[in-house]
Every structure is written in C-alpha cells, then in structure tokens.
Ligand binder design. Structure first.
Ligand SMILES: NC(=O)c1ccc[n+]([C@@H]2O[C@H](COP(=O)([O-])OP(=O)(O)OC[C@H]3O[C@@H](n4cnc5c(N)ncnc54)[C@H](O)[C@@H]3O)[C@@H](O)[C@H]2O)c1
Length: 331
C-alpha cells in the first residue's frame, strides 16, 4: 500500500522527448506512471502530441527549474544531446550543448532534491585503447569524437554528483538503437534503421559503413526495458555510477542485408563508406555487459532475426497506412 502511494507521487520530466529514444520512452513512462505524471519536453512542440508538453531548451537552467517546480517533478530523464555523426560538424558547439545541458540538469536535480536522474551514455565513449571484442565496463576510455568525449566526461560528472551530493544518477551506455517507432537523430549506427525503411519501400540502399563494420546494436524495446529496469533497481544495487555497458546483439551491414534478403531477395545495397566508417572503426565490435546483468539483471531479448521480422512487419503496416513522408512515422 505504501509502495502504491509513493508510486503515484512520481512525476517524470523527459528532456529531449521528441528524439528517437525520447518519443518511445515517453510512451513507456506514461504507461508506467500515468499520462498526467509524465511531462515531455524538447526544443519544439511535437505536432499531435496530446499530453503535457513543455518547451525546454536545456541550455537554459532557469527554464528547467521553472518546469520542475511547476509540476513538482521527482525524476528526470535527460536525453537531449547532439549525436556522434552530427556532432562532428560543429565540435565546439556539440561540446557546449552536451555539457551545458548535463550540468544544468545535474544542478537542478541537486538543488531540488530530485529522487532519480537518468543520463544516457554511449558505446562512443570507447576508442583505440579499449579491446574491440567483449569490451569490458571498465575499459580505458579514449574516445575520438567530440560526442564520445562529452559522454565520457558526462559519465564522470554523473559519478561526481553521486559521490559528492548523493544524487541518484543512473546511466546506460546504449549501443546503436534500432526501432520502427521513430527516426534516428544523426548517429553512426543510423544505417541500421534506414536500411529497413529502404527494404520495405523496395528501394536501393546506400550504406555509409563498410559491409563488415560490426557494431553493437540493440532493439528499441530492449533499450527501453533496460532503462526502466535500471531506474527501478534498488539504489544499493547500483554499483556502477559512471555508466553500465549493455549489449543487445552485434552485427555488420552484410549480416543485416543477408537477413533482409530472406524476405526481400532482390534487395540491393551499395557500400559507400564515408566519415562515419572512420568513427565506427574505433568503436567496439561487441560489449561485455556482465556488470549490468549482475547488478540489475539485464538480459536482451531480441536477436537479428527477430529484429528484422519485427522491423519489416511494423514498417510495412506504417507505410501502408500513411504516406512515404517519414515524419508521419513518428509516434
Ligand atoms: N539512438 C541511439 O542509437 C543512441 C545510442 C547511444 C546513446 N544515445 C543517447 O540517447 C539520448 C537520446 O538519443 P536519441 O537517439 O533519441 O537522439 P535524437 O537526436 O533523436 O534526440 C535528441 C533530442 O534532444 C533534443 N535536443 C537537442 N538539444 C536540446 C536542448 N538544448 N534542449 C532540449 N532538447 C534538446 C532534440 O531536439 C532531439 O529531439 C542521447 O543522449 C544520445 O546520446 C542514443
């Protein structure tokens, strides 16, 4: 009973709620806590969104503070960031945005006694100094992108706020996220979403990575479940306060193509690697997520075959219903 009362009092703020992960996580959190207890926010309003939405530019600390006080927020999911590939276009601006937004969130959390904060990190924290196979949680971090540098720094700041102020910050290093619900926002693993759209539209796919560029990936449903499970875990079980590795599955573009061709035998692909191949070549092939498994029971459910059949089935249904305008595919 007392657990129920506590449960009902949770009010969640999502920052960066319009993005690939944020749009799906918002729906999952609404299911968990109730529509009126979840405040979605982003730089711009989301067309057609029916529940509570606030415009927040997370570089503006006063605006975050205002919304936190207005809704008596108890948990924050801070998803806003400039991602790996996009970040390389304007490195200093990417650093400014990624760090400023994180500092603002951490400070607002500290000052308002926010109960729990989620800050996603990424496999982009790894560089040449980390083993490529089964990369351990505590591998040496020497990221080569500004995005990776900002995430590695962010992880250490998250741990600092935990150690110094007791703020309950929790973090996952997501692999590349693949989902049918939303569109990716400028990362190095975006190809693994785009390729399914092209297959369903029966168009040729130009791949910006090499055919053998194996990277760790995760299905959206697994990524969202991991986030909820981490945030639900008892505080004393969270032994890693920088960020947890989580693995889904690892595959190369050639392996996705082979899987897609089981359903679309004529699917055509051209490999045309660009600067994103350079980024991918420094990232792990596979991830050791035993710390997450041990501390909060993490276990992925989707493999390449189930990802492929689900992506194709769901995207086919979406394209049948709507136009070819990709924005209409968003939640
Ligand atoms: N998608 C992936 O494969 C992946 C992998 C690893 C880590 N992550 C991390 O997960 C988080 C979410 O990723 P995503 O794929 O949904 O990214 P995305 O680019 O799709 O979404 C990010 C959202 O943040 C918003 N945003 C940007 N600057 C902002 C600001 N100043 N204030 C408020 N909002 C702002 C954008 O408008 C966008 O809607 C990011 O922190 C990202 O680094 C994602």
């Amino acid at each position: 009973m007392s657990q129920n009362i506590e449960y009902m009092k949770t009010v969640v703020l999502i920052i960066g709620a319009n993005g690939q992960l944020g749009s799906v996580l918002t729906e999952a959190l609404k299911q968990k806590f109730g529509n009126s207890n979840v405040i979605a926010s982003d730089l711009r309003a989301r067309e057609g969104y029916k529940d509570t939405f606030e415009i927040i530019d997370a570089t503006d600390i006063d605006r975050i503070q205002e919304v936190v006080v207005q809704y008596k927020v108890t948990q924050i999911y801070h998803l806003a960031a400039i991602l790996s590939a996009k970040g390389e276009e304007t490195p200093l601006q990417t650093w400014d945005i990624n760090m400023k937004t994180l500092f603002n969130v951490l400070e607002v959390c500290r000052k308002n006694n926010i109960e729990k904060v989620f800050f996603p990190s990424s496999i982009a924290v790894f560089g040449e100094g980390a083993p490529l196979e089964n990369t351990p949680n505590n591998a040496y971090l020497d990221p080569a992108t500004v995005y990776g540098i900002s995430k590695a720094a962010g992880e250490n700041w998250a741990q600092y706020y935990f150690l110094r102020y007791g703020l309950d910050v929790r973090s996952i290093r997501y692999p590349g996220v693949i989902g049918y619900q939303s569109l990716p926002g400028g990362g190095t693993t975006d190809y693994a979403v785009d390729i399914y759209h092209k297959a369903v539209l029966e168009e040729k796919f130009n791949c910006f990575l090499k055919e053998d560029a194996t990277l760790p990936m995760i299905f959206m449903d697994d990524a969202i479940r991991a986030t909820l499970e981490l945030m639900d875990a008892p505080k004393e079980d969270i032994m890693t306060r920088t960020s947890y590795n989580i693995a889904g599955i690892s595959f190369s573009p050639a392996e996705v193509v082979a899987e897609i061709r089981k359903l679309y035998p004529d699917f055509e692909v051209k490999y045309d690697p660009d600067f994103r191949q350079e980024i991918a070549s420094r990232w792990p092939n596979s991830i050791d997520d035993s710390a997450a498994t041990k501390d909060w029971g993490w276990k992925p459910e989707f493999d390449l075959e189930s990802i492929t059949t689900t992506m194709i089935q769901k995207l086919k249904a979406k394209y049948k219903k709507g136009s070819k305008n990709l924005e209409t595919l968003m939640l």
